[in-house]
Design a protein around this ligand. Sequence first.
Ligand code: AMP
Length: 618
Amino acid sequence: MAKIAINIATGSLQKEEIIVGIDLGTTNSLIAIIHPETKQPVALKEHNSASLVPSVIYFDEAGNVTVGEEARDHLITSPHQTIFSAKRLMGKSYQDLKNHASFFTYKIIDDNSESLVKVQVADKFYSPVDLSSFILKELKHRAEHILKTPVNKAVITVPAYFNDAQRQATRDAGKLAGLDVLRIINEPTAASLAYGIGLDKSEESIIAVYDLGGGTFDISILRITGGIFEVLSTNGDTYLGGDDFDNAIVKHWAAEAGISDEDLQANKSLAQALRLEAEAAKKYLSDNDVFETVLHGDPLVLSKKTFEELIATFVNTSISCCRKALKDASLEPKDIGTVVMVGGSTRVPLVKKSVSEFFGRTVNDSVNPDEVVALGAAIQADILAGNNRDLLLLDITALSLGIETAGGLMDVLIPRNAKIPSRASRQYTTQVDGQPGMRISVYQGERDLVKDNRKLAEFNLSNIPGMPAGMPKVEIGFLINADGILTVTARELRSGIEQSIEVKPQYGLTDAEVEQMLLESITHAKDDIAMRAITEARTEAEQLLKTTERFLQKNATLLTQEELLQTAASMQALQLSITMNDKDLIHKKIEELNDISRPYAERVMDEAISKAMSGKKI
Ligand code: AMP
């Protein structure tokens, strides 16, 4: 299996074909390659412009998409049409995000369910995958413009704590942007590679990667043995970063000038002007002691000392996270061999000093902290292109492995190019009340619909005890051992019943067939993703119709006549939309039905709770 996988990554490539490394960031994204002459990683940029592309997407009235600097300019003027931080939405449901709902200025659909979030701009609905694909498309486009050659293959980085679903979403976004995503790698792994750490196969070390960006903070502890990076622990704060430093400065200046929070809220242009000056001050103070300027005729001053006092609590929070990460890995600061700095905010001297004091060693900060992740991704891309023979010894899967889910969709558990041995698991549930069994169909391939992939095996998990739909927890586990044999296990966690099967994924497949399957997945990417979106929307709609019906059967007497009529009409409209080929329409109808049912669902729930509580002492 290993040999075939590597041939796909290398043999089928023309020599000149470029594989790019992409850092798909929360605030900024960028693309890097190995320079064909110097053989060194470089970030791509147009003359006189920055390598960073703001991860911001603007939709104009006509629905046209703009990404990058120009889109960022619309953040203040058109907050409902300008999407930032799309990465925070990847693989998340509204439930996951609701505590931070005020952070987002655009409309995130609150469908009160566990399903994945969507963003609404005017009458269109976008998934986080769609949004990320716009950013990736822009990066691909810029790279092609600079390199004057098509760019079709990429390595994309994700945070070490990203789960399976978030990694798959990132892969899908790449595919939708017309990129063959050869590998998803962890950002801290990429940063280490950029420092040359882990390239020597005999090397064994434990490293800490401290990543403080504009809006997020991550600390990852990795162990490297034989060229393999293992994440020992991660910690961080998804709402901590350079933006907090800027805000602290704005508050400080406002307080000095006697401007209240309310005044600042009301005067958006003053707030924005102060924020820009604050960021300029912060950056200036990374290399100087005092910042001075004049804004609207008034002087603005900030000393390094005051700045450090303002941000001390944020820096301390990040150090507490480092302490927790070490504890989770059962390590002490002295066990860490190397500390790598990532993210623009690690340029702040107090940050560097605090981190190096905590770990008791000097930190690695010689590579540009904005570019270090993309540069490392470019190094990984070069390894996959076969330019670094040593590291090609890793065994990898040639095609993705997954199971069939609702609507005939392929749900990938082990993506192609995953290291062997490899293990993955995911939980599923039943769709019908009292469902006694579940059919597990195992497929191989890159297409979104299982009918276009290759079926490897099928088996039944039977004797599931009678439970309402959604209650059973069926965990499907995939394990590929070092010989490339796949064992699929299905276990119902509440009852413990279990069933498993063994398959040889590569059996009967030639290199040419594998290659053909890969090529087809790229050719059909657009149609596939559109088909997936509509199938998912239909499944969600059917599910909602079922739950609403069940709710009505139980609680119809508690609803007013008007509520019943509205619900019936809305259900009918949703039913009709399912028959049409328009995912936005289905989402709109889902949203409408949710809006109608939410008030009475909450009311019925409250009544049930107060009934249950009545007569009980708290
Ligand atoms: P990133 O998300 O990694 O692109 O980091 C962006 C953050 O780094 C923003 O908050 C920037 O203001 C901050 N940053 C960039 N350059 C500097 C600098 N020279 N000193 C301090 N902060 C900086």
